[in-house]
Design a protein around this ligand. Structure first.
Ligand code: FES
Ligand SMILES: [Fe+2]
Length: 361
């Protein structure tokens, strides 16, 4: 079994996915059921297995009765803290009739859950993605499950040179693979930064069609990976030679925040939450639809590749060796941090709240 970093926050869902319908998700091999309370709208996260005969509480005909969760098999009923409040056919409720409840925080449009030791859960340690819930940014988003070890998705996102090959004609151009990266690692905070600044690059359709730029561009990709779950790609696109002003404002560039949340489900299954937020053409529905569909296509190219890669690795019965090069520096740093976190070697210090990147257009 894969060792997961348990004492960490993970994205379980988008806030809009959780309501009065029961939502089942498996996080770090633990089945969890989510719903919102009627009165306050708070998100509840409980173990998704009935204490009686282990029926999945997220499955029909399980249902909500007010804020209580009624098992669809024989009717054991649980309150929001997981304590059993009713069993059929007898007055006495066994003392052990309770299921686990998990700490939950709703922030930046995500529902974050804590699967580890509850007394270690510190909401201040959740990394921020403020653009996700900021009206100055227009966001399209989705989630795709992938049948691979979550480490393969971390590798994939920390090395964007693959855009040139896997996503050619969408977001990839030759310059991405050709331009060297710079990598910075904050081991203590568990943050890996990988930057690639292209001064004079072809504009891929993803950006030419959404920004209207014709001709070559200055394209910056600044990755900030907050292990284990949150990945931010700050992307800046401008006509060649257009740079930020000396005072830090950047009114003539287009900015895109690409957000991923990487949540291990089971050993070879990962939830890939993706979002694209932009600070231009916010009211243009055509641009919104284009970016959603185009990015979904790009994500599915990764999904197909990672499903295939996992199958190939599974066939390597005698084990295998990899060959790493410069482009892998960020991914290797991430693996190191994830291994330390999984071994219980301390969790990142609470990150300073990130300022919302200035929306300039
Ligand atoms: S399995 Fe839930 S009540 Fe029996
Ligand atoms: Fe990709």
């Amino acid at each position: 079994m894969t060792e997961f970093a348990r004492n960490q926050w993970y994205v379980a869902a988008y806030g809009h996915e959780v309501g009065r319908e029961l939502l089942g998700r498996t996080i770090l091999n633990e089945p969890v059921v989510f719903y919102r309370t009627e009165e306050t709208g708070e998100v509840v996260a409980l173990a998704d297995r009935c204490v009686h005969r282990r029926y999945p509480l997220s499955a029909a005909p399980s249902r909500l009765d007010g804020d209580n969760l009624v098992c669809g098999y024989h009717g054991f009923t649980y309150g929001t803290s997981g304590t059993c409040v009713y069993v059929p056919g007898q007055k006495r409720i066994p003392r052990t009739a309770r299921i686990s409840s998990y700490p939950v925080v709703e922030q930046d449009s995500f529902v974050w859950v804590w699967i580890g030791a509850p007394d270690l859960a510190d909401a201040a340690a959740i990394p921020r993605a403020p653009h996700m819930a900021d009206p100055r940014w227009k966001t399209v988003s989705g989630m795709e499950p992938i049948d691979c070890d979550y480490g393969l998705l971390v590798d994939n996102l920390l090395d964007l040179s693959h855009e040139t090959y896997l996503h050619g004609g969408y977001i990839g151009t030759p310059e991405v693979a050709e331009t060297p990266i710079s990598t910075e690692v904050d081991e203590g905070a568990g943050i890996v930064r990988v930057s690639r600044h292209m001064d004079d690059a072809a504009c891929p359709p993803f950006y030419s069609r959404s920004t209207g730029i014709e001709g070559r561009i200055t394209r910056w990709q600044d990755i900030e990976y907050h292990a284990p779950c949150l990945y931010l790609l700050h992307s800046r696109i401008a006509p060649v030679g257009v740079l930020p002003h000396a005072d830090g404002t950047d009114p003539d560039a287009f900015h895109v925040e690409v957000t991923y949340a990487i949540t291990p489900s089971t050993d070879k299954h990962v939830y890939d939450f993706w979002a694209v937020s932009r600070d231009f053409a916010q009211d243009d529905d055509e641009v919104t639809a284009f970016l959603h569909d185009n990015n979904h296509t790009v994500v599915m190219q990764d999904v197909t590749a990672l499903n295939l890669l996992q199958q190939a690795l599974d066939q390597e019965s005698a084990g295998y060796q990899e060959l790493s090069i410069n482009i892998d520096t960020g991914g290797l740093a991430a693996r190191r941090i994830l291994a330390r976190l999984a071994a219980g070697g301390g969790r990142p210090a609470p990150a300073a709240p990130a300022a919302t990147p200035a929306a300039t257009r």
